[in-house]
Design a protein around this ligand. Structure first.
Ligand SMILES: *[C@@H]1O[C@H](CO)[C@@H](O)[C@H](O)[C@H]1NC(C)=O
Length: 177
């Protein structure tokens, strides 16, 4: 009985705590660091089909605008009914700088884990079905230091096989895939 109770409390807490224990936020994060244009280089997910061709999370992040209220307006290209469409999603800030909530197919946590002048690594965790998506985005197509090592190790740590990492760096827009 005690074990059961402990287990259920543990499960209940998992959602609340997991983002803090498994997903460190980029240190000294300020939102201005991530505004501007981006190119999506890599995507991977605990359910690989969601980032494969036709998957709901196969999205190309192309830009971020900081809104007056501190939220982020994020632009994505996404294929819908065979067409490449531009969509805007709002990442709402939380008390933790670098961590946002994000409504897409349910509620998600969006965490900027690493940000440099050249790249950013994002961890997206969905409450629905506990889906995790790891993303690597670069400022420029010619960037050589794209944080690959950190992205690789974080992806493995999240239980995603490196074999399932999708390389999108050669796909300039979603309709050229
Ligand atoms: C996000 O940006 C798009 C494109 O500029 C704009 O149409 C939309 O109104 C913006 N959303 C918010 C909430 O500011």
């Amino acid at each position: 009985m005690k074990v059961l109770l402990f287990l259920s409390v543990g499960l209940g807490l998992t959602w609340a705590l997991q983002d803090q224990t498994n997903v460190p936020v980029a240190p000294y994060f300020v939102p201005e660091q991530v505004t501007g244009s981006w190119h999506t280089f890599k995507l991977a997910a605990t359910d690989p089909s969601v980032v494969e061709e036709g998957g709901a999370y196969r999205c190309f992040m192309t830009g971020i605008v900081l809104l007056d209220n501190g939220n982020l307006n994020v632009t994505y290209l996404h294929r819908e009914d065979g067409k490449c469409v531009e969509k805007f999603y709002i990442a709402k800030k939380t008390e933790t700088p670098g961590r946002y909530t994000f409504d897409y197919q349910g509620k998600n946590f969006l965490t900027f884990m690493d940000v440099t002048e050249d790249y950013t690594i994002i961890d997206l965790e969905s409450k629905v079905g506990s889906l995790i998506v790891t993303e690597l985005h670069a400022r420029s197509l010619s960037t050589s230091d794209v944080g690959w090592d950190y992205y690789f190790s974080h992806t493995c740590r999240r239980g995603i096989s490196p074999l399932d990492i999708e390389d999108l760096s050669f796909s300039r827009e979603c309709d050229t895939l």
